[in-house]
Design a protein. Structure first.
Length: 256
């Protein structure tokens, strides 16, 4: 188990490893501006997706198998917008909308294995809540709690001892940054990476707007205009109290 001295401010990190755990492809959009900033500073950023996102379409001609393939390609395109290589995308392989029904022990072991394998200096994920359980839709809620359970298990060799046989040594994650939080305490200036965040968002063609109802491989121009306006307005609102043109908010926790 390795502990590494880190600058107090995440924005000053360089040469570190960061892992973002999302329930679905597109969940990392909550932190896309920050992840883009970390990549530009020379950090190694990984995206971990719990599910294949094979259900979120109202297009009656769409099949789950086809949708999963589309969502994977969109995630790869979105990751490229923030300079995350395809090899840094990790798919845990679960079905969309069913994460809370997966065997909890097996799922926590799977994520603990991933944490030990990547040895990240920070993890990003949904906020499980600090003083109270935070509400999320089911996959997001399950991802939030499984991720922190795995963070807690990863440093202890007696949790999942079979991982030691695979050469996966204990690892303590120094810091967690939880997005979609009701209790934010940390804000990152993403003014220099807001365009990358928008491009990443717009890469998820099948996730938003008109293409949810009738899929086509290109985003509707009116949707793009509306999404860009909304993202800029929201991140400006988040950033203004802290003196930033655009920002993302997180709850930072050293021991979740």
């Amino acid at each position: 188990m390795q502990r590494t001295d880190l600058p107090e401010r995440l924005e000053e990190w360089t040469g570190r490893t960061i892992a973002c755990f999302g329930a679905h492809p597109d969940d990392d959009l909550h932190a896309a501006g920050t992840l883009a900033r970390l990549r530009r500073a020379g950090n190694d950023v990984h995206l971990v997706m719990y599910t294949n996102d094979d259900k979120g379409s109202r297009d009656r001609s769409m099949t789950g198998k086809r949708l999963a393939k589309i969502r994977r390609a969109e995630q790869e395109a979105a990751a490229a917008c923030i300079d995350i290589p395809k090899g840094n995308l990790h798919w845990l392989g679960h079905r969309d909308g069913e994460l809370e029904y997966v065997d909890k022990r097996q799922l926590v072991e799977q994520v603990t294995s991933m944490i030990r394998r990547l040895s990240p200096h920070a993890i990003f994920s949904f906020d499980p809540g600090a003083r109270f359980e935070q509400f999320h839709k089911s996959d997001h809620r399950a991802a939030a709690f499984v991720t922190v359970d795995a963070v807690r298990a990863a440093p202890w060799h007696l949790y999942f001892p079979e991982l030691l046989d695979e050469g996966l040594e204990p690892w303590q994650v120094p810091s967690c940054f939880f997005f979609d939080s009701h209790e934010p305490n940390y804000w990152v200036d993403i003014s220099a990476t807001i365009d990358a965040k928008i491009e990443a968002f717009c890469s998820h063609v099948s996730q938003f707007g008109r293409r949810v109802d009738a899929y086509e491989p290109t985003l509707h121009p009116d949707d793009r205009t509306g999404f860009e306006r909304a993202i800029r307005a929201y991140t400006a609102t988040v950033g203004k109290p802290h003196g930033f043109a655009h920002a993302e908010a997180f709850r930072r926790a050293g021991d979740p």
